[in-house]
Design a protein around this ligand. Sequence first.
Ligand code: HEC
Length: 125
Amino acid sequence: MRMVSFLPALLAAGALGAQGAPVKTVDDLRAFFAQNCVKCHGADGSALGPEGKKLGGRDFTDAKRMAADQDADLVKAIRKGLFFGMVMPSFKGQLSEEEAGLLVREVLRKAEKGKAIVPVGGAAR
Ligand code: HEC
């Protein structure tokens, strides 16, 4: 039947979508942060530039402020962006729901003031 032959194609398409794509590792996500978030959230996630200038993004090292938000809300902000992408761009095309969740839990929530968020895997020093 026609319907039946469509099924494998649909399943294959689903497997190639963002949800089924190979999940980025925590190190990949640290690199992703360093490339995509630093200009607004700072190298260490504190929302401060190298000269101590406020950048405008959220300070992820502010534990009290971070505790007030659920992971799901932060994931949503990363995937959808803020204020139609005008305040913060959407990263839906680059990060699956799972990857954004891992980024929130393992990178943003572990950000420490003065400690740059960079991949640690290959770093010798
Ligand atoms: C163009 C600047 C810009 C870039 C790039 C950017 N952000 Fe943001 N982000 C902001 C601003 C501005 C806010 C809102 C700050 C506030 O209201 O406290 C924000 C808020 C957030 C929040 C909190 C959302 C909420 O519900 O309050 C998260 C989580 C976040 N950003 C993650 C990221 C991540 C992860 C990246 C990189 C993948 C990123 N941002 C890149 C500007 C940016």
